[in-house]
Design a protein around this ligand. Structure first.
Ligand SMILES: Nc1ncnc2c1ncn2[C@@H]1O[C@H](COP(=O)(O)OP(=O)(O)OP(=O)(O)O)[C@@H](O)[C@H]1O
Ligand SMILES: C[C@H](N)[C@@H](CCCCCC(=O)O)NC(=O)O
Ligand SMILES: [Mg+2]
Length: 252
């Protein structure tokens, strides 16, 4: 059985990479051979050879302790334009072979004990023509965690994302709230959390704090893993990745 997890979010920029990296770093810290995949990336930084390089993949590889030589396995397709992949590819005359993306995910799942797959944008982001991230999720059949923000507007975004998942028959295993500040949380953040639980019926698997150094790429991966142990339900997430006790494709 392929053991892993798919990380999606209510939108781009919500924290999929940070949460995927934090989970990967926690698993690595526990001595697990963890794989990471960002099957398709856009907005890559163009290197001196003119090739776009995914900073998400760089972060995930650092978190999982993977060498640069494995970049192609982790991120087979990286596009330069910061657009949805379908458009970023068309802009540079490229075709995205979605089978290649699925194959890369399956290869990593096959060779790692547990694998974290990061999506791109949210579930309805077009990967290629009318093939959306949701279609990739349906093919991979991994348990899915939805990353959400704690701020104003998140109730609506989260409920819409959960409803979309239901409509597409994608079982969500839970929600992680990113950039949660327990000390500063007011009635706004606390009521958002309560409404998200009430309206989606999904379990909240963690409230992850804002960590210094992450935006500058100076985060310590050990500290990231420790933060995941402290703020996320890692035992439960590992069980879920192994196919135990969660609403996922295998049991639905
Ligand atoms: N917990 C956090 N602490 C500090 N910075 C964070 C945290 N979560 C996210 N960020 C910062 O917010 C920005 C967006 O986060 P991230 O790149 O993880 O989003 P994403 O959902 O992966 O976006 P994309 O759709 O581009 O993949 C990044 O600059 C990241 O470093
Ligand atoms: C450029 C962004 N950062 C992201 C693509 C986001 C697509 C969002 C599409 C949409 O929903 O409008 N790329 C990426 O995660 O590699
Ligand atoms: Mg990302």
């Amino acid at each position: 059985m392929q053991k892993g997890l798919f990380i999606t979010a209510t939108d781009t920029g919500v924290g999929k990479t940070v949460i995927s990296g934090a989970i990967a770093a926690a698993l690595k810290r526990r001595g697990i051979n963890v794989g990471v995949v960002k099957p398709v990336a856009s907005g890559g930084r163009v290197n001196t050879s003119g090739q776009p390089v995914s900073e998400d993949a760089t972060f995930l590889m650092a978190a999982a302790g993977m060498a640069e030589e494995r970049r192609q396995e982790v991120n087979p397709v990286c596009l330069a334009a910061a657009l949805t992949p379908a458009v970023a590819a068309a802009e540079c005359g490229m075709t995205i072979d979605v089978t290649k993306l699925i194959t890369a995910c399956r290869a990593m799942l096959n060779q790692s004990e547990l694998t974290v797959v990061e999506g791109v944008g949210g579930m309805a982001a077009p990967v290629w023509k009318d093939y959306l991230v949701a279609d990739m999720m349906l093919e991979l059949k991994l348990p899915v965690i939805l990353v959400v923000k704690p701020n104003l507007g998140t109730i609506n975004h989260t409920v819409l994302a959960a409803e979309y998942a239901r409509q597409r028959s994608i079982p969500l295993a839970g929600i992680i709230v990113n950039c949660w500040d327990e000390a500063a949380a007011t009635v706004l953040e606390r009521s958002n959390l309560a409404y998200i639980k009430l309206l989606t019926g999904l379990p909240v698997l963690g409230k992850f704090p804002s960590l210094a150094g992450i935006p500058a790429g100076q985060a310590s991966m050990v500290a990231l893993g420790q933060a995941a142990e402290q703020h996320l339900a890692i035992d439960h997430i590992i069980g879920m990745m192994k196919g135990e006790d969660c609403p996922c494709f295998r049991q639905s």
